[in-house]
Design a protein around this ligand. Structure first.
Ligand code: GLN
Length: 439
């Protein structure tokens, strides 16, 4: 049995050396002051849970009792979580150890990790580059070997995006499969919490612990239990959908296309080309929804209950969305933006449902471009376009995973595998089959 205390010690040394000093990756905003005692308690247990020996980082947007769920914002600088989110409770019940709170984009808005009020998270694979976002610290801490696994949240790509850039595995589960109770939300019709790990099997393990119906989140429902042993089985007769939609960076497209071909040849899977009518509208559909839902959610940060008034202390991206959200809400009696976006969201959902009658999964690059240098000025549009291939699954509510799939100039590139709602078992089996080919 793994010794949690020894493992924790090793990780804390690593964090001291490369997160707080040295490389200063800036993946953690706070370490759990009780971690050593908690590790001792876990080690002394006779019957240990499924996650005993696993050391876990948590995005600062998730409530962990006694720790600072700051959302990397000055607004919540002094907010000590008064309770555990449902998923944290489940993790603790299975003896997982929370090592600390991860850095992220402020209020989870961003795709680079640069909007945090506490400075950007560096990419452990290349310290001059962004780590991706918004779950920047969660992905970087796994990639830098500061912990075994972490939790991120994904509204439009925030788990898959940094996982792709940092060379780790990240899962956006089906909407409604993991409780969001205790997550400080961006956009409640799109958000999902999910695991970031070093390999597919560990993602499956963590997902098996955190999924399931929760009476505190009425959207959740029970789905088929994940069979962890079956993940090793290579599924037969798989039809892989690939999109006609081509991204600008041909190097990324080629790397993924070649890999899909190799995988299909090896396992006898079929490849089917697909066209999606509404795919290139996804980013435009997504933002009005997020602006409005985020704006409405932030009305509680009025300075009376949770620290400071958001408009007084938040950074430009947060303010842009509050302003945009309030404007859209004002024009809404014409149903111009929000309601139109909701209708278009439904079209995307239906389009995916039809496609999944013909194929088992869709494989794409996770991110259409390589990460930029920290501090490099890029336009708002370019920043939003980072998520062009991840947003569609949030709009449709599907599950999707990003797995490392090679490198370009030493920078990791992720492959995204999208499956139909509640088909996590199949998705993880396909992902594991592909992951195995690299061994
Ligand atoms: N980059 C996207 C945004 O800024 C996604 C954020 C997320 O998934 N939390 O809205």
């Amino acid at each position: 049995m793994v010794n949690t205390q020894q493992k924790l010690k090793k990780y804390l040394e690593e964090i001291k050396k490369n997160d707080q000093k040295g490389n200063k990756i800036n993946a953690f905003l706070q370490l759990n002051p009780n971690a050593k005692d908690e590790a001792k308690k876990i080690d002394s247990k006779r019957n240990k849970g499924k996650l005993a020996g696993y050391i876990i980082g948590v995005k600062s947007a998730i409530n962990v009792k006694g720790l600072n769920a700051s959302c990397a914002s000055k607004t919540l600088e002094n907010y000590k979580a008064p309770y555990d989110a449902t998923i944290i409770k489940k993790i603790k019940d299975e003896d997982g150890l929370i090592i600390g709170m991860n850095n992220c984009d402020e209020f989870c808005l961003g795709g680079s990790g640069e909007t945090s009020a506490y400075g950007p998270t560096k990419n452990p694979k290349n310290l001059r580059l962004i780590s991706g976002g918004s779950s920047s610290g969660s992905a970087a801490s796994v990639s830098a070997n500061f912990c075994d696994m972490s939790l991120g949240s994904d509204t439009g790509g925030s788990i898959r995006n940094p996982s792709s850039h940092c060379g780790v595995v990240g899962v956006k589960p089906t909407y409604g499969s993991v409780s969001r109770y205790g997550l400080i939300d961006v956009s409640m019709s799109l958000d999902q919490i999910g695991p970031i790990t070093k390999n597919v099997n560990e993602a499956a393990l963590l997902l098996s612990v955190i999924s399931g119906k929760d009476e505190n989140d009425s959207i959740t429902r029970d789905s088929e239990k994940l069979n962890l042993r079956e993940i090793e089985k290579i599924p037969k007769n798989i039809i892989v959908g690939v999109l006609e939609f081509k991204i600008k960076d041909q190097r990324i497209q080629k790397l993924i296309d070649d890999k899909i071909k190799k995988v299909a040849d090896k396992y006898g899977w079929k490849i089917k080309k697909l066209e999606m009518e509404f795919l290139d509208l996804a980013v435009e559909i997504y933002y009005p929804l997020v602006y409005v839902e985020f704006f409405s959610g932030t009305r509680r940060f009025d300075g009376r209950r949770y620290g400071r008034r958001i408009e007084e202390v938040a950074g430009p991206e947060v303010l842009r969305r509050i302003l945009g959200g309030s404007e859209i809400t004002r024009s809404e009696y014409h149903g111009r933006y929000y309601h139109k976006s909701l209708k278009a969201k439904k079209l995307i959902e239906e389009e995916f449902e039809n496609i999944f009658k013909k194929v088992d999964c869709i494989i794409t690059p996770t991110i259409p471009r390589l990460p930029h240098k920290i501090g490099e000025k890029i336009s708002v549009k370019d920043m939003y376009d980072y998520d062009a291939l991840t947003i569609p699954s949030n709009l449709a509510g599907n599950c999707a995973i990003s797995i490392p799939s090679g490198e370009i100039n030493g920078i990791p590139v992720g492959m995204q595998i999208i499956c139909d709602k509640f088909k996590e078992q199949k998705m993880l089996q396909i992902a594991r089959s592909i992951e195995k080919l690299d061994i």
